[in-house]
Design a protein. Sequence first.
Length: 328
Amino acid sequence: MKRYLSAIKPTGKLTLGNYIGAIKQFVTLMNDGDMILFVADLHSLTLPINPEELRNNSRNIVAYYLAAGLDPKKVHVFLQSEVHEHSELAIILQNYLYMGELSRMTQFKDKTQKMNNEAIGLGIFTYPVLMAADIVLYDTDYVPVGEDQVQHVEITRDLVHRFNKRYGDILKMPRALIRQSGARIMSLSDPIKKMSKSDPKGDIFLDDDLKTIHKKIMSAVTDMDCRVCYDETNKPGISNLMTIYSALTNKSFEEIEKEFQGKMYGEFKKEVAKVVVDEIACLQTKYQEILASGLVDKVLKEGKEYASTIAEKTLKRVQNAIGLYRYE
Ligand code: TYM
């Protein structure tokens, strides 16, 4: 059986980008193999975060996973920090990735470019090591993610190759899995930039009130051309709205172009807003029900047990391979 593994970091609020690029993909894949999902709470410590916010965000992500339709009978969900093997394996694996390659990672460069070296925590630098540990710990086949995380999966593959060359066939080679369209949802106010948790103007947050969502879509930046057709280079705003619409309706770009042929942008935006608002309204209702039901704690407890059993075995296999004492 194929194993899928992925995670979301509990920094800031979840966005429509997280929902389309990651969560909706998880829902589609859930019947296709063993799915393990977690909340990457250790990764969220790489930039300053308030403890209460971290605790709340972590639980909220689990509630959103379930509200989006992930079935707890089929999917295992846990908190990264509750399975100590992630940290232990990362300490080992840090010896198989190098300073040069870590300093060239896009995320590291983006997040630290305006920072003084004296203020850059080690965790943001070694972020890909922990992420590699997350992935290989579960003998993962596929890592469903948005486009921005592909580089992290690629460096994990380099590590696996390096490690196995030295010790034999110990770690499973993972692969990133991204959606054909929707792997990179762009900001509504600046469609050249990715929609991210730290951009309140261009983002749609999953907990935004519905009127705000409608307003943000109606005022999304577009172009002067007035044709609804897909052209990422010359019409990034319209192309982004088409991507969102397509991801939520399963209509192809050709179908969307036909549907809105000869119509004004205003009409198209209204339809996109309606589809997004309907989807998020439904999500928000289920999310509130789940938070009130106590299901989150139950799911996390079961998820931790399931994950720990697998993680323990892999860590022992690695310890044994590299010559550390094996506690058995
Ligand atoms: P994070 O929390 O930044 O994002 C969670 C998921 O959402 C996707 N995503 C997007 N997809 C499309 N368009 C966007 N605008 C957009 N913004 C975010 C991300 O690609 C991701 O799939 N490092 C990871 C968390 C992590 C992880 C892992 C993931 C830790 N360990 C192991 C997979 C496997 C992160 O920070 O994702």
